[in-house]
Design a binder for this molecule. Structure first.
Ligand code: AQP
Length: 350
C-alpha cells in the first residue's frame, strides 16, 4: 500500500483552505492507503516561540482530523513532538540541504517579512524539518495545498542528494529501493515523494481578495471561513464575499481575469465533489445573488456536522490525548526502525 503522510500546524483556527487543500483529502485517502497524519507542533514554534494555548491548539487540530472522518485506529494520528526522530532526521537534512536551496523558498520570504535578520533559524529551516516529517517514514504521497508545492520539491532534492551522496553505503546494506530518476535506475534509501495537489480548489483564496491565499493569519476574519464558524457566520461571510458585477460564465475560460468568481466556483466544486465546468454548466448566466445562497447551503451542510463533532470532542481532552499518545507510540516505532537504518548508512556507532 502507498504510504501517505501529511501535517497541519497548531497555529490558529482552521479554515476552509486547510479543509479543502488538506484535511478533506486526508479523509479520502484512507480508503486505499496506509496514512500518517500529524499535528506539526514543532513547526508551530518557527514563526512564534511562545503559544499560551499550545495544548488546546494541538487538541483542536486533532479534533478536526477526527471530526472530518479520519480513523485513528486504522491509521496514525499524533503530534510531532512525541516522535523525536523527526527532529533528529531534520538535523541530518540540515546538513544535506544547501543554503542556496533554502534561499529560494518563497514561504520563508513571505513569513519572515521585511526584517529577515529577526526571523528564527527554525523558520529558515522549516522545509528541512518538513522533509524529515515525511521521509522519516519513507512516505511516498503527500496531500497538501498548492502553497506547499515548493517545499515538496525541496524534499525531493534533499532525498535525492542523500541517496546519491550515500549511494555506496546504501547499496551494501540492501536497504535501498529501486527508483527511476528520469530514465536512470537508482538504488535509493529515500523515495521521491509525490505531492497530491489536485482538485478544483488546490489554493483557496481570501473571500476579500481573490489574489491572496485564504490564511489563518489574515487580520480580517471576513476573509476566511473557519471550521468552527456557525451557520450565521458562514452565511454572512459568503454574502459579503467580494465578487464582480457580471453573471457567472458558462465555461471555465470565462473565469480568467475574475479571481473572486474563480475562487467561489472552485470552492463550490470542491464541496460538491464536481468539476468547475459542471458547476458552470449549472450556474452559467446566473447572478451571484442566485449562486451565493446555493454556496451557503452547501458550505453549511459540509461544515456543520464537522463543527458540531469538533465541539463534542473538545469537551473530552483526555480522549484526544489518548488518541495522540497511541498514535505517537506507533509512529515512534516506525520512525525508530528507519532512523536505525539511516544511522547505519551514515556510519554512526550504536
Ligand atoms: N488557502 C489554502 N488553500 C488550500 N490549501 C491550504 N492550506 C493552507 N492554506 C490553504 C493547506 O493546509 C495545510 C495545513 O497548513 P499549515 O498548517 O501548514 O498552515 P499554513 O499553510 O501556514 O496555513 P495558513 O492558514 O496559510 O496560515 P498562515 O496564515 O500562517 O500562512 C497545508 O497542506 C496547506 O497547504
Amino acid at each position: 500500500k502507498p504510504l501517505v503522510f501529511s501535517g497541519v500546524q497548531p497555529t490558529g483556527n482552521l479554515h476552509l483552505g486547510n479543509y479543502l487543500g488538506a484535511i478533506r483529502k486526508f479523509v479520502a485517502l484512507q480508503e486505499n492507503n496506509d496514512c500518517i497524519y500529524c499535528v506539526v507542533d514543532l513547526h508551530a514554534l518557527t514563526a512564534q516561540l511562545v503559544h499560551e494555548d499550545m495544548a488546546t491548539q494541538i487538541r483542536s487540530i486533532t479534533a478536526a482530523f477526527l471530526a472530518a472522518g479520519i480513523d485513528p485506529k486504522k491509521h496514525i494520528v499524533f503530534n510531532q513532538s512525541q516522535v523525536p526522530q523527526h527532529a533528529e532526521l531534520a538535523w541530518i537534512f540540515n546538513c544535506v540541504a544547501r543554503i542556496g536551496w533554502m534561499n529560494r523558498m518563497t514561504q520563508f520570504k513571505d513569513k519572515a517579512g521585511k526584517d529577515r535578520e529577526q526571523a528564527s533559524l527554525g523558520l529558515y529551516a522549516y522545509p528541512s524539518l518538513m522533509a524529515a516529517d515525511i521521509l522519516v517514514y519513507r512516505a511516498t504521497h503527500v496531500p497538501v495545498g498548492e502553497d506547499q508545492k515548493q517545499h515538496l520539491e525541496l524534499a525531493r532534492d534533499i532525498a535525492m542528494k542523500f541517496n546519491l551522496d550515500f549511494h555506496d553505503k546504501i547499496k551494501p546494506t540492501g536497504l535501498g529501493i529501486d527508483i527511476k530518476v528520469g530514465e536512470e535506475p537508482v538504488h535509493a534509501y529515500f523515495p521521491m515523494v509525490e505531492p497530491l495537489i489536485d482538485g478544483p480548489a488546490p489554493r483557496v483564496m481570501s473571500l476579500k481578495d481573490g489574489t491572496k491565499k485564504m490564511s489563518k493569519s489574515d487580520p480580517s476574519d471576513l476573509s476566511r471561513i473557519n471550521l468552527m464558524d456557525d451557520q450565521d457566520a458562514i452565511s454572512k461571510k459568503i454574502r459579503k464575499a467580494k465578487t464582480d458585477p457580471d453573471a457567472l460564465p458558462s465555461e471555465t475560460e470565462g473565469l480568467k481575469g475574475r479571481p473572486e468568481a474563480d475562487n467561489l466556483v472552485g470552492i463550490f466544486a470542491a464541496l460538491a465533489d464536481k468539476s468547475k465546468a459542471d458547476v458552470l454548466s449549472e450556474f452559467g448566466g446566473q447572478q451571484f445573488s442566485v449562486f451565493k445562497p446555493a454556496l451557503i447551503d452547501l458550505a453549511v451542510a459540509a461544515l456543520g456536522p464537522i463543527n458540531a463533532e469538533m465541539r463534542r470532542l473538545m469537551e473530552d481532552p483526555g480522549h484526544i490525548d489518548a488518541v495522540l499518545r497511541d498514535g505517537g507510540e506507533r509512529a515512534r516505532t516506525r520512525a525508530e526502525k528507519n532512523m536505525n537504518e539511516v544511522r547505519d548508512i551514515i556510519g554512526f556507532v550504536r
